[in-house]
Design a binder for this molecule. Sequence first.
Ligand code: CP
Ligand code: NVA
Length: 326
Amino acid sequence: MVAPVKEVPGEDYDPLVARHFLTGEELTSDELGLLIERALELKEDRRGSDALDGHSVALVFERPSTRTRVSFEVGITEMGGHPIVMRPDETQLSRGESLRDFALVLSRFVAAVGVRTAAQSALDEVAMHSHVPVINMLTDEHHPCQALADLLTLRERFGRLAGLKLAYVGDGNNVAHSLMLLGAKAGVEVAIATPEELRPEAMVAELAGGSASDGGGVTLTSDPSTAAADAHALYTDVWVSMGDEEQAGPRRATLEPYRLDASLLERARPDAIALHCLPAHPGEEIAEEVLYGDRSAVWDQAENRLHAQKALLELLVARPPLRPVA
Ligand code: CP
Ligand code: NVA
């Protein structure tokens, strides 16, 4: 009989149990730092890892994607592996197959499974039953692969992470949550400015504060100018995330004072950069002159998805042979 993995790895991590990346909390701060350094190496040497030689990786997209899909497909291929892109509506999931059976079967074929879906609970269900690493490629609550690329971008621009200040302005969404969790863990001071009604989850702020390394932490405010003061980077994301379309009108009205524009950039350090996870809506959450201006690091940030995810795959997959744990 095939036994499911015991649980999502945490403090009592067992090297024979598949290691997942569901929120980013799974990494220690040391591992996170090493992963970013490895990603820099892989950026210098695109063919520098064959960790997926002979392996396939399933990439399950229940929601649209440009960057995540292409960066994972290209990265897996560059590491000698074979990506299998799947849409749930083309699988037996659409006809009632359970996530448990889906995970158990995929585990017999592939070395890792990436999932983009709405509910974190669905991702957790796949991870609970998977014998191979499961990677969060975006849920409504978290987007940790994006945060890895964001940290890589800060690291390459400023030569370090510890002690940097990153200000995020806009909606307290999945991207904000992952910046809080992974930024604080990397020693970055993450200042979040959102309207009161769109604040990030208090539980995520608490977790981020609890796992912060030296110099790292999270502050919450409703004032973009306070958050932006002396920041090394200003960051924003769409005002209407996937799944929020029904509240598009009220969201745009509420978020109007939270645009990343030239005057907000003036509040930051003279060498500050502008970041956006993309897709962008110029003139809405970010001014066109900022998105395409000299201080935009957005295009490097998009490319860095590739390098950061290759380092992540190497960490999760290139491990001792996995076997079910009774
Ligand atoms: N930033 C990001 O995840 O982009 P996609 O939705 O295009 O994958
Ligand atoms: N917050 C956005 C991120 C897209 C990459 C969304 O969830 O739609």
